[in-house]
Design a protein around this ligand. Structure first.
Ligand code: AMP
Length: 368
């Protein structure tokens, strides 16, 4: 690795910030492109301030970065395509384009034999009414693009809900999918390097509320690990994928059903900073720079709790044994992830006791 290699990142939020924090010990430098003047990774590198599709800024990013990656999947796919004509972009613009559109993503899962909920693409309220007998209630109406943390989604409990849910979309392209009666939600975080080396982390078991991730716990030797790895390998091979990928799955009595994948480091993998031999952030950098991937072995038991909307009393967090606090340097705002804490413990009992304490602190500030 050349000293002072520079990694370009589209987006300068908390994921970019944690990638940069993992990169400094490896001697890396960072340059971010982000439209927000006070984006929270800015202090960790150079900030190109402006729109993702600003041709001048993209040209600068391509020229100054040895490799470009992104921290969120809603950057326009043609921007990644433009950049990849001038520099290395990982994960590929193709992976980004698929992950950006729930319909294309579901078809892609189908093509490679990864099960999904029953779904239908929609272009009108009449069309929604027509497909509902086949999809059945309850169901979820989702915008095809620009959705994250449950945004642009409505639960349909009966035919009475259709019209109001459709109106919320304001004409955005949509899909409807059957509500999966899952036992739990899990995700598998995997990394694949330029050379094709692949590693998997122990499964994360995830608890969402209001469509937003609240708590993730690492699950070493989970009975569903193998099935999740099989699906993630298939996905990465089909995409000739490079970087960290998160595949979100519903566990329905021992059968995994895919919800979506994120072509990036993921909130359900934050526990890997303290809870694994090598964090997802470091392995993402190693993968895109074609360095040997680090061990994903768990260190004890770990869980992560998000702080959403505001910060808890940080001193109280730090008094919890095994707690590691990560502040994102973001102003509090409704529904916004502003920090997380990871708990590491020796035993499952210790872990659940400490997670309960953290969750209680989180519930004092979490606003949705
Ligand atoms: P998404 O933005 O698609 O990841 O959805 C956010 C959350 O909504 C998921 O993590 C689930 O908790 C829930 N959800 C989404 N789709 C479904 C589904 N088809 N069945 C049951 N729950 C769902």
């Amino acid at each position: 690795m050349k000293p002072g290699m520079r990694v370009g990142i589209l987006g300068a939020g908390q994921l970019a910030r944690m990638i940069a924090l993992a990169g400094y010990p490896l001697g890396l430098e960072f340059i971010f492109l982000d439209p927000s003047a006070d984006a929270c990774a800015n202090k960790l590198g150079e900030h190109l301030h402006g729109d993702y599709s600003d041709p001048g800024l993209l040209a600068q990013l391509a020229e100054r970065a040895d490799v470009v990656t992104y921290e969120f999947e809603n950057v326009p796919a043609d921007v990644a395509g433009f950049l990849s004509a001038h520099t290395q972009v990982y994960p590929s613009p193709k992976a980004l384009a698929i992950a950006q559109d729930r319909l294309i993503e579901k078809k892609f899962f189908h093509d490679i034999d990864i099960p999904t909920p029953a779904y239908a693409a929609l272009d009108s309220l009449e069309h929604l009414e027509l497909v509902m007998p086949a999809i059945g209630y309850p169901a979820i109406l989702k915008s095809r693009t620009q959705g994250y943390d449950g945004k642009g989604q409505s639960v349909l409990k009966s035919a009475d809900d259709l019209s109001a849910a459709w109106n919320i979309l304001e004409g955005a392209p949509a899909i409807v999918e059957a509500f999966v009666p899952f036992k739990r939600e899990v995700s598998i975080i995997a990394a694949r390097s330029v050379s094709g080396a692949v590693v998997f982390y122990p499964l994360s078991e995830n608890c969402h509320r209001g469509g937003i991730l609240r708590v993730s716990e690492s699950k070493e030797q989970d009975p569903m690990q193998q099935q999740a790895e099989t699906y993630a390998s298939r996905l990465m091979a089909a995409l000739d994928y490079v970087g960290v990928l998160a595949l979100e799955l519903f566990d329905v009595d021992g059968q995994l059903i895919a919800n979506e994948f994120a072509p990036r480091v993921h909130n359900s993998g934050h526990w890997t900073i303290e809870g694994a031999e090598t964090s997802q952030f470091e392995n993402h950098l190693r993968a895109i720079l074609d360095l040997p991937l680090g061990s994903t072995a768990a260190i004890g038991k770990a869980a992560m709790v998000n702080f959403i909307g505001g910060l808890p009393d940080t001193k109280q967090v730090l008094t919890i044994p095994g707690a590691h606090l990560h502040l994102y340097d973001k102003a509090p705002r409704k529904g916004r992830k502003v920090a997380h804490a990871t708990i590491r413990a020796e035993t499952a009992t210790q872990l659940s006791t400490q997670v309960e304490k953290l969750a209680a602190l989180a519930s004092q500030v979490n606003d949705s």
